[in-house]
Design a protein around this ligand. Sequence first.
Ligand code: B12
Ligand code: SF4
Length: 453
Amino acid sequence: MFAKKLRHFSNPMKIGLIYPSRSRKRTYTSSHPPLQHFFDTNPYIPSFFLPSLSLLTIAACTPKEHELRLIDERIEPIDFDAPFDIVGISIMTEQARRGYEIAEEFRKRGVFTVIGGIHASILANEAKKHCDSVVVGEGESSWPVLLKDFAQGAARPFYRSPEPFDLSLSPAPRYDLVDPNIYPFFPVQTTRGCPLDCSFCSATKIYGPVYRLKSIAQVLAELDALLKISINRKVVFNDDNMFLNRAQSCELFRAITPLRIKYFAESDVSIADDESLLRLMAKSGCVTVFVGFESLIAENLNAIQPKKWKLRFLEKYEAACAKIQEYGIQVLGAFILGFDHDDSAVFERTAEFVLKNHIFGQFHILTPFPGTRTRDELVAQGRLPNDDDNWDLYSCFDPVFTPKYMIKEDLSNGLLHIYESAYTKEAYEKRSRHMIQMFRNLRLKSTGNLPSF
Ligand code: B12
Ligand code: SF4
């Protein structure tokens, strides 16, 4: 207690910002040993090892006079005896149990502990049991208030922004705090919010349905800060759905073209209908686009959105992959397995789609994250206990509930089967040859009479 009191008044304060990890591995995590082994050893799976943009953003909202340290547990062990006054911990659901453990360790030593992030925002009372303060929702405005309150010995148990944060006030993330030799990619976020309302998505529970955008000048300033330290100019745009405002997207791509970055972006499939957008994306350095296909089964798509928006595109999925690739942009399709209309044939069907269309795939098991309609429905149907909190299993690579037409083991084995089929040496080489052909065609177009690229 004595130590805690002393630290209340240390000025400047020593602040640790921590990204928890269940294991010190840079790959995905599954409790199914064969799948984990596959993730750890397969050289062909694309992986995105990024510093936490949540914490880089919180760091940027910390008044400059304080001493800050960013700790990414995936790459370094935590020194629980470090002389911090405050530690801030960011948690997604998968990280919750470990995040709570870390908070408790620091609390035992008299350090003031704060938890934020999507899981803590949705289950704030649960998080509060393990720490001193919980920051609910976007932290840009609450964090500086919390620090002030703490310095005066008057920190509150919960902080929450009264309304969605005005993104035009968001400071450039503190990229300077991370070692560019460790991270191959750097994250930038240009928008928040999504109106599409998928039943399994928890992102909108924190950001809301209204699409908010940073200005072009802001994004350029962030890229400028990032490029001061990035070695290979590789950027991941961490937006859930980057292209919902096409006019702004086009303007942004024109503005970033001279920067010569290589980037990865996330979108829904509708971008394939907009060739002028695809052209600008390719010219501005987009190498891969992550597309939320979700499922190849109409009944599943029918069930996930009240407005059936994704269902309308199902018939165009194959043509969409081809169209995006035509512009030299690779597709990484996101698929979810374990919906109510999936049976054990779904794994082969999904693997075939990915191989046939020369795309990469990210395959997740349907996971009932807190706050989602998926979770509410499963609880109402008696298929998931309301208080299920085995958060280590919420990795998207572990079954949490039993799907209608399979047993849990089918899901784990089926997922392994898809990964093993999609990420062989042969599949890798076939994909590469296909993309080389796409680039050749592009060059032909730009030199011949075909519409120019
Ligand atoms: C980019 C991204 C990734 C990237 C990078 C993650 C990273 N290292 O930063 C990659 C591809 C690696 C990834 C992986 C995963 N992801 Co992800 N990811 C995202 C995405 C699209 C953006 C996250 C982001 O950078 N946001 C920008 C920052 C600035 O915003 P923020 O995180 O919301 O932080 C704000 C507040 O939450 C708060 N805050 C956050 N932390 C803290 C801490 C403190 C102390 C304070 C005060 C405040 C605070 O303040 C911040 C500023 O306002 C989100 C969707 C989303 N909209 O959040 C999904 C999302 C977070 N991911 C999700 C999932 C499920 C996963 C995986 C489990 C999936 C998987 N198996 O592949 C893994 C888990 C990886 C892990 N444990 O590290 C889910 C999480 C659901 C949940 N309830 O947990 C989301 C919400 C997607 C969704 N639609 O459901 N992800
Ligand atoms: S499109 Fe993506 S961000 Fe939007 S609601 Fe669906 S899963 Fe969430």
